[in-house]
Design a protein around this ligand. Structure first.
Ligand SMILES: [Zn+2]
Length: 487
């Protein structure tokens, strides 16, 4: 390893050291801090990751009958005030526009923290008859929620997301939609991001302001903290009543619609970084990696035939680009050790070395990013003729390997606790998920949060019924809730 290469790795703190996450985001050029406090700039490499995620999610939305639209970023105050619980929940985080065009506005405008109010207002116009239902719309947008403490991707004042908003004729249809989209999120996050999640319902205290019920997918990060990765809300008729989304039904009666909303944000980029990253930097799941294969030419010493290396690299790039996202590192001044470190840092799933000797034997040296031995990964010579097939299989294998590794880590970090003392010890120590009995009372939930910092992440949908007693007050409980400290 070259001196320069060594320095390069040493600059990144170890995976479990303070500062690893922030340093990695900066060095891998995913994002940068902006002049606006709490707002980040998503740099091209980070945005390419988001674009890949968007494409895979958007395909799923379209396949389940949704269409994209766009609504304004400004929400007049009078609209936001219409749903009382909703405005109460969001008002501490709303940024307001009070002046524009050199004049004070008659009515201040909220910069959307979410779009139920503006979209509900439009649905009220569009829905007149049962024939107008369902409405199945998604929007890709930015939202603003004023945050006191921020962390790139995980919690920022402005962030990117998608928000689906649907209106239905009947309650069971809206409930079905809520669960369908929760499953879309689970499938997306587990299949494409290799992040195992637990599906469940939020407690009353943790649900979306204005919803009848909120469902969530919860992931567990290596530091033992949970990360809410997507939510789907059954809004009942609360927003339909507030915004008058009503229709004439088959029997001539005027009825209120049933609505849902669901969202997933750039937070999942943070989850992907945290879950799979290691001492060397990012480890990106192949399905969303902006670059899946990096070809690293080794130019050889003085008098070596650089032209032959160049031709071979071009040829391989051309062949592989039909099936994979491939890039050649054409730089000539960097040593191979330095190049390895750089592509390791950027989390590219496969690196292919190509030097004069490899060209003579028509092969390339394949190195996997998910090899746990970062400093000395296994190097495998692959003949050019079988390269495309080998790469395809290796990418699949890396994708499923990351998921299995994350799942095993989560299982190892999931504990059962039957007393509040034991619960507290776990939260002061290794943290992780705790499955514990809870009677359903908000006061017990608040007591646990105050004493341990843990919240109910969800009431898991597949949690088996089990009689027990609440760890706070000993009252009856019929299933365990899932607790953790959260990001
Ligand atoms: Zn209790």
């Amino acid at each position: 390893m070259t001196a320069r290469g060594k320095d390069f790795v040493e600059e990144l703190p170890g995976r479990h050291e303070e500062g690893w996450y922030a340093a990695l985001i900066a060095k891998a050029e995913l994002a940068d801090y902006s002049p606006v406090r709490g707002c980040m700039v998503i740099r091209p490499y980070g945005f390419a990751l988001w674009e890949n995620m968007q494409a895979l999610l958007d395909k799923r939305f379209k396949a389940t009958g949704h269409r994209n639209a766009y609504f304004p970023i400004f929400v007049p105050e009078s609209l936001l005030l219409r749903e009382a619980e909703h405005v109460e929940g969001f008002s501490p985080q709303v940024a307001w526009v009070t002046e524009a065009g050199g004049e004070k506005l008659d009515e201040r405008l909220a910069i959307r923290p979410t779009s139920e109010a503006i979209i509900g207002t439009m649905y009220s116009k569009w829905v007149q008859s049962w024939r107008d239902l369902p409405i199945l719309i998604n929007q890709w947008a930015n939202v603003v929620r004023w945050e006191k403490r921020t962390m790139p991707f995980l919690r920022t004042t402005e962030f990117l997301w998608q928000e689906g908003h649907t209106a239905h004729r009947a309650a069971d249809e809206a409930q079905e939609e809520t669960m369908r989209m929760l499953e879309v999120y689970r499938d997306f996050v587990e299949t494409e991001l290799a992040l195992p999640v637990i599906k469940g319902r939020k407690s009353e205290a943790e649900k979306f302001p204005g919803a009848d019920a909120t469902y969530t997918i919860e992931a567990l990060m290596p530091g033992g903290r949970a990360l809410q990765s997507g939510t789907s809300h059954f809004l009942g008729q609360n927003f339909a009543r507030a915004f008058d989304i009503s229709f004439q039904d088959l029997d001539g009666e005027r009825r209120l619609a049933w609505t849902t909303s669901w969202g997933l944000s750039t937070r999942v980029i943070g989850a992907t970084i945290l879950e799979h990253g290691d001492d060397g930097g990012l480890v990106l799941p192949p399905r969303v990696a902006p670059v899946q294969v990096a070809i690293l030419p080794i130019w050889g010493g003085k008098g070596a035939d650089r032209g032959a290396v160049r031709d071979a690299a071009e040829r391989l790039q051309r062949e592989l680009s039909n099936t994979t996202r491939v890039e050649v590192d054409w730089s000539e001044e960097k040593q191979i050790g330095w190049k390895h470190n750089e592509w390791t840092l950027r989390g590219v799933p496969i690196r292919l070395e190509l030097g004069p000797r490899d060209i003579a034997s028509e092969q390339a040296i394949l190195v996997r990013r998910d090899d746990p031995n970062i400093g000395r990964p296994e190097k495998r010579a692959v003949p050019w003729t079988s390269l495309a097939g080998t790469i395809g299989r290796t990418l699949e294998d890396a994708q499923s390997g990351l998921f299995k590794r994350a799942l095993a880590a989560r299982e190892a970090q999931t504990r059962i606790s039957n007393t509040l003392d034991e619960f507290t010890q776990i939260m002061d120590g290794p943290r992780g998920f705790i499955r514990a009995h809870w009677c359903g009372a908000a006061v017990c939930e608040a007591r646990i949060k105050e004493k341990t910092g843990a919240t109910i992440r969800c009431l898991p949908l597949d949690e088996p019924a089990e009689e027990g007693t609440c760890i706070v007050d000993g009252r009856s409980s019929y299933a365990r809730a899932l607790f953790a400290r959260a990001y």
